[in-house]
Design a protein around this ligand. Structure first.
Ligand SMILES: O=C(O)[C@@H](O)C(=O)CO
Ligand SMILES: [Mg+2]
Length: 250
């Protein structure tokens, strides 16, 4: 298996370029981040080139304090488009593989229409080599978030019917509220663009909790999935002290 270090949660005590170098030294095959915008893209690009690690993805901004994305918010299209443009520019500058288009706190048909329209805008304007991802978030951590389940996400992808827009399947979120993680991974394989993981329910390292990731990773490998899996967990202390799971799988 290959693994990607999510630098939104891992090595947050370092600058993004230093965290990229540290992820390389720790044995990761790739990196991904959340909101890199305060770091000049040239610095990130230099660290990626130096280490040879690909940057798998980054997120559109969350918006105002208390918000969690703009792209499904009715009446906020100018800000959503600006967030998408910003993500496209940054992803292009550093050679990132994907953009997670964050929906935000909203509900109902108008929110769905806004999300569909903003995703179409993003796809029209994003270079073909960069995927767009949508990610359902569990209701305990993100109550009121527009995208709540993998079924809802799959229905949106079906309506869009655009090959470069895919599902970010975060085993942690699915494990918290939907269950049937492996069954859902297999059923949705055709529309998945990236897979992430963390322990359920605590969102810690994957060698704890109620979901057996040795089993899950083996099933993902059986699916023929060869892309790095995103370690998006909260280490609860020094990241270096949380990597026993990675060493045991190497
Ligand atoms: O699962 C998550 O929370 C992240 O993948 C993310 O990008 C949004 O917070
Ligand atoms: Mg995630």
């Amino acid at each position: 298996m290959k693994f990607s270090a999510n630098l939104g949660f891992l090595w947050t005590d370092r600058s993004l370029p230093d965290a990229i170098r540290t992820a390389k030294a720790a044995g990761f095959d790739a990196v991904e981040c959340h909101w890199p915008y305060e770091t000049p893209p040239e610095q990130v690009k230099a660290a990626l080139e130096e280490t040879g690690l690909p940057m798998l993805g980054l997120n559109t901004v969350r918006g105002n304090p208390g918000e969690n994305g703009l792209c499904a918010l009715p009446g906020r299209q100018p800000e959503a488009r600006a967030a998408i443009d910003q993500a496209i520019d940054y992803a292009t500058a550093i050679g990132a593989g994907a953009i997670h288009v964050m929906a935000g706190f909203a509900d109902g048909p108008e929110a769905e229409a806004a999300f569909l329209e903003n995703l179409r805008y993003a796809r029209r304007n994003c270079p073909a080599g960069i995927d767009l991802l949508i990610e359902p978030l569990n209701r305990h951590d993100a109550p009121g978030y527009f995208l709540r389940t993998t079924d809802q996400a799959a229905a949106i992808l079906k309506q869009l019917d655009m090959p470069g827009i895919k599902l970010m399947f975060d085993c942690y979120h699915v494990g918290r509220t939907e269950g049937d993680v492996v069954t859902r991974l297999k059923a949705l394989a055709q529309v998945i663009g990236h897979i992430q993981f963390a322990s359920v329910p605590s969102r810690g390292a994957p060698d704890q909790g109620e979901l057996d990731y040795r089993f899950v990773f083996a099933k993902i490998a059986e699916m023929g999935w060869s892309q790095p899996l995103g370690a998006e967990y909260k280490p609860g202390g020094a990241t270096d002290d949380s990597l026993g799971w990675l060493r045991s799988l190497r």
